[in-house]
Design a protein around this ligand. Structure first.
Ligand SMILES: Cc1cc2nc3c(=O)[nH]c(=O)nc-3n(C[C@H](O)[C@H](O)[C@H](O)COP(=O)(O)OP(=O)(O)OC[C@H]3O[C@@H](n4cnc5c(N)ncnc54)[C@H](O)[C@@H]3O)c2cc1C
Length: 352
């Protein structure tokens, strides 16, 4: 059975739509919505194959992003954390945490932007891990980790002097200092914090992978795939925004260069490509990054068109088109950022 779209829509209508302005303007974190998704069973993976899990969860991200990309991004953070725990070889960690993440009892996040950039040869690794009896002592700073609050878990990668290890840490650890970041143009409701690690002891029970490099290679396609519907949701809602103001100034909008039907065609094409990628058994990172990159540009085009069709009403602080515009620029700057994607798609292509 596909995702129960009616139940999903009811949850969105009840727990997300009324809060969208607060999320955007007051940095409100829609944690209850994420918990409610979990309680309603939207994260359960048992009795589903991998394609089905992916397709269902991609739908949930898209439907959420249609209303609020900030919260859909938080949802993506949770799904990234879920992916780490679903794929870890650490059976004990999986047995302990997975049921709680899938039922929404616990929420998860990801500090993997820096390692993703590290593996793409863009920057140094920010965290170090010293081997001690029974685990690691972790030090360093992650500049931004989203979807965090009390008792939230997140994945992080640290260098142990020989190689990188991937760990799962909890925000309640007193050696981790969180500093809230709410000075962004948009997505301030994403519960984003700087995370300072000061001799954080992580026992072996919470090691996601002793070989983070190989593990990141394995999860990277899913990590990027889950981001794509963030853009789809924004494009879809921009199309609706354009349709809404069709009759403005005696239909003058029809002279604008980009129209809703063109955006809808593009969206359909991107959605078909995503479905084909998910259904194919190969994990073709090159194709996934291409699609993610195309989605960034299509999303930016859609939010810009929505602004133009809405005229000065869209230029008012807090208007829906302006919110979507600001959210879309974050989508372009979420790791892998648009410039990293440009590099990855070109370098991977050359390497083939
Ligand atoms: C709202 C928001 C939420 C984010 N959430 C997450 C998340 O959940 N998990 C995650 O891993 N990453 C997160 N990031 C990071 C994001 O994925 C990108 O890596 C980030 O936007 C930087 O992209 P860039 O390539 O433009 O790097 P640049 O802006 O050029 O930055 C390069 C590097 O400089 C450092 N840096 C950048 N800004 C700061 C700063 N303010 N203070 C200290 N160092 C800094 C970081 O090492 C960064 O990767 C978030 C970023 C933002 C803006």
């Amino acid at each position: 059975m596909a995702v129960d779209v009616e139940v999903l829509q009811a949850l969105i209508d009840e727990k997300l739509t009324p809060l969208v302005k607060k999320i955007d303007e007051e940095a409100y974190y829609a944690e209850d919505f994420l918990v409610a998704l979990g309680r309603a069973g939207f994260f359960h993976s048992s009795q589903k194959d991998e394609h089905k899990i992916l397709l269902d969860e991609l739908t949930i991200v898209q439907e959420t992003a249609k209303v609020c990309m900030t919260t859909a991004f938080c949802l993506w953070c949770h799904l990234a954390a879920l992916t780490y725990i679903r794929k870890t070889k650490n059976k004990q960690l999986r047995a302990e945490i997975l049921p709680l993440l899938e039922s929404g009892e616990l929420l998860g996040a990801t500090g993997l932007s820096n390692p993703m950039k590290f593996y793409a040869d863009l920057e140094k690794l920010h965290l170090s891990a010293e081997r001690v009896n029974g685990g690691y002592l972790v030090n360093g700073i992650l500049p931004a980790v989203s979807n965090l609050a009390d008792n939230h878990w997140f994945g992080a990668v640290a260098y142990n002097g020989e190689k990188e290890v991937m760990l799962f840490v909890n925000t309640d650890n007193p050696q981790i200092t969180l500093k809230e970041k709410i000075h962004f143009l948009g997505v301030n409701g994403s519960a984003t914090y700087t995370c300072k690690f000061d001799n954080v002891f992580v026992t072996d029970d919470y090691v996601v992978a002793q070989d983070a490099s190989g593990f990141v290679d394995m999860i990277r396609p899913t990590f990027v795939l889950y981001q794509i519907p963030l853009g789809f949701g924004v494009i879809e809602s921009s199309i609706i925004g354009i349709e809404k103001v069709k009759a403005k100034q005696n239909g003058c909008n029809e002279y604008l260069q980009i129209q809703a039907d063109e955006l809808a065609q593009k969206l359909q094409q991107l959605e078909d490509s995503l479905e084909t990628l998910v259904q194919s058994d190969e994990t073709d990172l090159q194709a996934i990054c291409q699609l993610r990159l195309q989605t960034v540009y299509a999303t930016l085009a859609a939010v810009q068109a929505n602004m133009l069709h809405n005229g000065s009403a869209g230029y008012i602080v807090g208007s829906a088109p302006s919110r979507k515009l600001r959210e879309a620029y974050f989508f372009a700057n979420l790791t892998p950022t648009v410039r990293q994607l440009e590099k990855m798609t070109k370098v991977l292509k050359v390497a083939e």
